[in-house]
Design a protein around this ligand. Structure first.
Ligand code: ADP
Ligand code: MG
Length: 331
């Protein structure tokens, strides 16, 4: 129902960057190895995500647009989330507040497309596409003028999209990601590009962090790896001498998903406490992995908060591991 979808959309999609996050996470879930994102006007007029993932069959296309019909999780295992999807709400929500076109092809089938604008779904049509999926979202919030007003400048929205893409890129070093600004038409301008990294977990992550955060970070980063009571912590944390001034470079992931969480950033600050100053912040990219039943990542669909069943374990693990690593490195 269009009204419900528009209300849900307010929860799932706050701004163009949240639409980008949902669409790229879907591509990741689809097993893509290359994902490219084109945006125009800060994502307000166009967001297009192209992937080489498993595709959606013509029969499944309408289902992808119906609320909860496709959810990768159901009510019975809300705490057991292995994929990124939030209860099958993203595509119906985006189709309710913008003009959405999905073109897709599964191997061995014909390509097809479906369109929905302002909640009005059109019938599936044949299309031309070699493989994978192209999701195109135009005129976000055209159907909800009140929401339009909350969008910031094109520049600010584009910046938020770049930040979202960089976080997703760190979480998925083996996936090639490109962000292009096609505002002027034509080929557009490459804003961010990271080719698929190879090697083991740490090598691939290190190479990806060098690409996303910078060489200097990677060269000054300590390898972090620890485990306690079913919670695994790994990643890279910069030496206290590495400083980007007031710029904050803190990237935290829980079960592969980028999060912004007060408890986790608090633990990071506590670990670096002796080295902090007004223009010296901890810089790190840390991954916390645990059994999905020990953490709720769906506190709110659009917010990247998490709730640990026992926050003390994760906090203690981060503080003690980082302090030991810093001390071992002579700090
Ligand atoms: P969820 O991700 O929670 O399942 P979404 O509304 O984001 O809900 O997506 C609905 C469904 O559409 C997905 O479950 C998936 O089956 C399908 N889908 C969406 N995007 C893609 C994609 N890029 N490739 C393949 N399937 C997709
Ligand atoms: Mg999804």
């Amino acid at each position: 129902d269009a009204a419900i979808n528009r209300i849900a959309a307010g929860e799932v999609v706050e701004r163009p960057a949240s639409a980008v996050k949902e669409l790229v996470e879907n591509a990741i879930d689809a097993g893509a190895s290359r994902i490219s994102v084109d945006i125009a006007d800060g994502g307000k007029t166009l967001i297009r995500v192209t992937d080489d993932g498993c595709g959606i069959s013509p029969e499944q296309l309408p289902l992808a647009l119906s609320r909860h019909a496709t959810s990768k999780i159901d009510g019975s295992d809300l705490l057991d989330i292995h994929t990124f999807g939030f209860r099958g709400e993203a595509l119906p929500s985006l189709g309710a507040v913008g003009r959405l076109t999905i073109t897709s092809r599964v191997p061995g089938d014909e390509a097809a497309m479906i369109r929905v604008a302002g909640g009005r779904v059109e019938p599936v049509k044949p299309a031309a596409l070699r493989s994978g999926t192209v999701v195109e979202l135009r005129d976000l919030f055209f159907a909800t003028p009140a929401r339009l007003k909350f969008m910031r400048t094109d520049r600010a929205e584009a910046q938020a999209i770049t930040d979202t893409i960089k976080r997703l890129a760190m979480a998925e070093p083996s996936i090639g990601l490109t962000l292009r600004d096609v505002s002027g038409g034509g080929e557009g301008r490459i804003v961010f590009r990271a080719d698929a990294e190879s090697g083991d977990l740490f090598d691939a992550l290190h190479a990806r962090l060098a690409r996303v955060i910078g060489r200097e970070f990677a060269e000054n980063a300590l390898r972090i790896e620890a485990e306690r009571e079913g919670i695994r912590l790994y990643g890279y944390a910069a030496l206290p001498t590495y400083s980007r001034g007031a710029a904050v470079s803190q990237y935290l992931f829980v079960n592969g998903r980028p999060v912004r969480d007060k408890m986790l950033t608090g633990a990071l600050r506590a670990a670096y406490f002796d080295f902090l100053s007004r223009d010296r912040h901890p810089a790190a990219a840390l991954f916390v992995d645990c059994d999905p039943t020990l953490v709720d990542v769906n506190v709110h669909p659009a917010k990247s908060e998490v709730r640990f069943r026992d926050p003390g374990i994760a906090r203690g693990l981060i503080i003690s591991t980082l302090r030991h690593a810093l001390a071992d490195a002579g700090h």
